[in-house]
Design a protein around this ligand. Sequence first.
Ligand code: COA
Length: 254
Amino acid sequence: MQDVLIDSADGVMTLTLNRIEKKNSFTQAMYGACADALLQAADDASLHAVVIQGHATIFSAGNDIGDFLTRGASSQESQVFRFLRGIVAFPKPLVAAVCGPAVGVGTTMLFHCDLVYAGDNAAFSMPFVNLGLCAEAASSLLAPRLMGYHRAAEALLLGEPFMAETAMEMGLVNRIVPPSEANQLAQAQARKLAAKPLPSLIETKRLMKKGQMAEVLAQMGEEGESFGRLRQAPHAKEAFSAFLEKRKPDFAKL
Ligand code: COA
């Protein structure tokens, strides 16, 4: 079974995260598959929108932690950067359906989606600091802007999760529904977009995003440098090993 299912119908491409046994954590191959699919969707004039969805119990546990531990230094050409640049620059509407945990990139990718529909079980978290890492996907810029600095500090410095209601109040989520209905709602909204004139969708999205595009790309580049350095350092290695060994990390010994 593929870890990302890619399907196109009625003007909508759907990316379904499908590595449920590992809580839809992202491998490099999954980032690569999503990046390729976004490029294809951007180029295909018959496609007007892309939906990213998971399962009713889990959106994504973020980056695969084993991969964090074993992968060498990342370059800006790595699959994760291709994916992040792909969602930032995607010219057509991106719609997400989020149920259950949305950890790390599972939350940060949502800053770049145009519409987000959440199950009432959705739990968003950006525990980068807890893992010895730092913010990514321009979340260090966009979280304070969207949530206000102090709420962003709770989410990014303490790594505290927030639930669907809070995410909706902040403006990160459009609507909350029972988990069994979230994917359906995202699909229905994407089909509404598919019936609209594509050049108008593209132009309107471009105009809404252009004010901060250069800033977002620059921030993401700087975060990427720091993230790559921290990922190779002892605190992160201790945090990754602790997760895989199902124990609490011990940063005091470092
Ligand atoms: N990378 C690799 N494997 C992961 C993973 C990740 N990010 N998240 C979950 N898994 C694996 C677990 O190791 C476990 O594997 P096993 O069955 O071989 O032991 C399996 O997925 C199920 O995970 P588990 O933790 O038992 O599920 P849960 O329902 O109790 O908790 C989460 C779900 C998402 C809350 C929890 O798995 C979690 O916190 N994951 C890590 C999130 C994270 O820190 N991501 C990195 C962000 S930068």
